[in-house]
Write a protein that binds this ligand. Sequence first.
Ligand SMILES: Nc1ncnc2c1ncn2[C@@H]1O[C@H](COP(=O)(O)OP(=O)(O)OP(=O)(O)O)[C@@H](O)[C@H]1O
Ligand SMILES: [Mg+2]
Length: 436
Amino acid sequence: MHIAIVDANPPALRAIRLAKEMGHRVSYFQPKLTQYALTGENLHIVRSVDRLIEGLDTTDSEVVLAALTECHAETPIDVAVTFQELAAEAVAHACRKLGLSGTAPDAVLTARRKDRCRAELAAAGLASARYALAADTREALAAADRIGYPVVLKPPSGSASLLSHVAYDAAEAVAACTDIQAGLDAVPPHWRAQFTRGVLVEELLVGRLVSVEIGARDGEFFPFCVSGRIRSPENEVVELGSCVPADLSEEETAACVTYAQDVCRAIGADLGIFHLEMMVTDRGPVLVEFNPRIMGGGLPNAYRCATGQEIYRSWLQITTGEPVDVPDGFAQCTAVLAVTARTGGRLSATADLSPLAGQADVLEVLGFDVYRTGPGEQVTPGQAVARFILRAADRRAVVARATELTGHLETSLGISLMTGDKDIADADADADRLAS
Ligand SMILES: Nc1ncnc2c1ncn2[C@@H]1O[C@H](COP(=O)(O)OP(=O)(O)OP(=O)(O)O)[C@@H](O)[C@H]1O
Ligand SMILES: [Mg+2]
């Protein structure tokens, strides 16, 4: 098979490696600014492809179309994919123009506009949140009044939780709008066009945040896992980690999977593996966002440690029409934790991750180099400087142990770090209320 991969996030370089190992022809379209460091193993993987096209702006539809057109003319492409969210629209447009196989372009384009995605959910009669797309602060305030506080304000085509805010009153909503419209310094330059599509105002969904990783092919669905999201108790839009599986009952897990399938059908996501974030609320699961790509961050690593399976292999199985491996249960809780700066500052000159070394329950460490930082580097509040995979009996044990390790890391890194888990804090607060 000839697989055209347009850009990848760091974990997805494994997809390239597996595709080559499985004997496929791989053309890889690499951006000017890669999200991964071009050193060592990464460089080796990138250079192993059959055709490497470098230096593209993979978010630019014209550029991607021209590059895929040329590649397709040389050797016909069987499937085109991106593992980089901000390139998804450009690849969808090119797939549509060239008639290439991949996730249905309309589904990708709907998913990348969170307001349009909500419109599709409403049309299909599926659970959703009240929302409005506002062009400016005045419209956003009017929308927030209609929806009712608290609200979430975020870019409608955002990524990496950049510029997402919760507002409890009009003053906070104004501050959020100002940040969304003027805070683009925090956003990589070639992402900015997609970040300037107005302000999406949404009802704040209350509950436990989870994600469903699900594959689709020919009307059949492959549920890979439902994972929990560990959010900061101080600021719920900051994600500190994920755990596999989520801390849900069997019924809740089944409801999330059924809802994920309904959402895929509603937006027409027909082929590929998708990452659906949803809140498990009192009225059942409600979509937060649909990512038309495989899970990112450290979640593919946590999934691999939890299941012994490789999500990118599953993607290749789906793509090539082979039987698809789906895990059948999880013995313990495996989590990926982000080492996240609480305040800005400089990592100490001797900063290292030695507190994680030699710990039997720490299964993997994604070090400074993955996050392009290191000793003496300046970091911003909320920035992840490393990640690690931790296994324990259950979510509560994972969070307790992560808090302990984070304390040691604070000493080693010389900055204050974020810890905790909003879901556990909420559950404890509920228990306290009931007891008193
Ligand atoms: N309507 C909502 N109700 C409650 N929380 C929300 C809502 N929308 C967003 N959030 C919170 O804000 C975070 C970021 O929002 P969202 O996932 O839509 O943005 P993103 O930038 O695409 O995120 P990422 O790429 O990091 O997953 C979510 O993970 C969730 O914690
Ligand atoms: Mg998200």
